[in-house]
Ligand binder design. Structure first.
Ligand code: NAP
Length: 335
């Protein structure tokens, strides 16, 4: 019989934390006590869970021996210290930050990962771009062998957390009211604009972001890929999108590929339907699935294919994977 357990969500006031709480409501897990943790900035604030306000506890003085499992949705430098504190108190930890993604001793976990990867007391979840691309590129590699992949990622402002969401909302309001703006999160105006990420800013160091994505994909696919990535910041609140073009070693059979994608839960937009395109706003935001449209072969003499894909960066790109781990850990948590 499963014992009800206690859980802490650290970073519960953030984008990933709030998505986790919403998804936890539907997960019907035997949770006795749920602690929501954040920084002193959130003192005396509440977050909603099952239509009730939960008072936020301070992460800095939280006693992790009160819980069996902790999900960290924190900046990487805070995660590093918090994971250690939690494990020292005997707690199993799932981390959403980049702190442990490159650490070979910490399994990198996606929804559906093999059971042996869940044995560790600390696991890491990949970033939203790797979570979106790894399953798709894995299928492609298996069916036709990837020679080289070109990916243009269109990142929503929530990739930069709460602050990114507030910046887009604030700038939109100010500009519509003919007032001036002062960018703080993104280097220049993001409302009604798009920013090719070709340099460094407060939220991105581009070569570093690209290297991290390549490394995460190599870990998840268990082989390095020839991958060219371009990053564009777009004025969309939620939904990470990618235009993907892949040259393959073998010819592509689109029907088999469609089936293989569908078996992994990808929702293919019907070209005959109303709009025929999957978008971050009309499809991805608020949902857990990956939406694909425009799947077609590359023009001869190229061999390969291209497609457009979009998914919610906090639900599909993050919370879904830690919930998968949590469900499995709780299943094995007995009297
Ligand atoms: N956003 C995405 O699309 C996405 C996707 C995958 C993974 N991730 C990763 O998930 C993590 C969280 O991202 P997010 O988008 O949710 O960020 P966010 O919206 O900025 O939220 C950050 C959370 O961390 C808390 N926090 C920050 N510094 C803290 C400190 N010193 N002590 C205690 N709590 C602290 C914040 O609490 P306060 O509200 O009190 O400041 C807030 O709850 C990051 O590592 C990010 O890279 C994000």
């Amino acid at each position: 019989m499963n014992k009800p357990c206690n859980i802490a969500i650290a970073g519960a006031t953030g984008e990933v934390g709030r998505a986790l709480l919403a998804m936890l409501e539907d997960a019907a897990l035997p949770i006795d006590r749920l602690y929501v943790l954040a920084s002193e900035r959130s003192e005396e604030q509440t977050v909603m869970y099952k239509s009730r306000p939960l008072l936020v506890d301070m992460l800095s003085d939280f006693d992790f021996s009160l819980v069996q499992f902790a999900i960290l949705a924190l900046p990487a430098e805070v995660s590093l210290l918090t994971a250690e504190r939690a494990r020292d108190a005997g707690c199993r930890v799932i981390d959403h930050s980049a702190a442990f993604r490159g650490d070979e001793s910490v399994p990198l976990i996606l929804d559906g990962a093999a059971p042996h990867l869940l044995a560790n007391d600390l696991v890491a979840c990949p970033g939203a771009p790797a979570a979106l691309l790894a399953p798709l590129l894995g299928v492609l590699d298996e069916l036709c062998g990837i020679e080289v992949a070109h990916v243009t990622l269109l990142g929503p402002v929530s990739s930069a957390g709460n602050a990114g969401v507030h910046e887009l909302a604030g700038q939109t309001g100010e500009l519509l009211n003919a007032r001036g703006i002062e960018p703080t999160v993104f280097p220049v105006q993001i409302a009604f604009n798009c920013l090719p990420l070709v340099g460094s800013s407060a939220t991105h160091t581009v070569p570093e972001d690209e290297r991290l994505l390549r490394d995460e994909l190599a870990r998840l696919l268990e082989r390095p890929l020839s991958l060219a990535v371009s990053l564009v910041q777009v004025p969309v609140f939620y939904g990470l999108s990618a235009m993907v073009s892949v040259q393959t070693e073998a010819p592509v059979d689109l029907a088999s590929l469609r089936n293989a994608f569908a078996l992994r839960g990808v929702v293919m937009t019907d070209p005959e339907s109303d709009q025929g395109v999957a978008t971050p706003v009309t499809d991805a935001a608020g949902h857990d699935e990956v939406y694909m449209s425009g799947l077609r072969t590359l023009p001869a003499p190229l061999q390969g294919l291209q497609f457009w894909v979009t998914a919610d960066n906090v639900r599909h790109g993050a919370a879904r994977h830690s919930l998968f781990v949590l469900k499995n850990w709780i299943k094995d948590f007995k009297y």
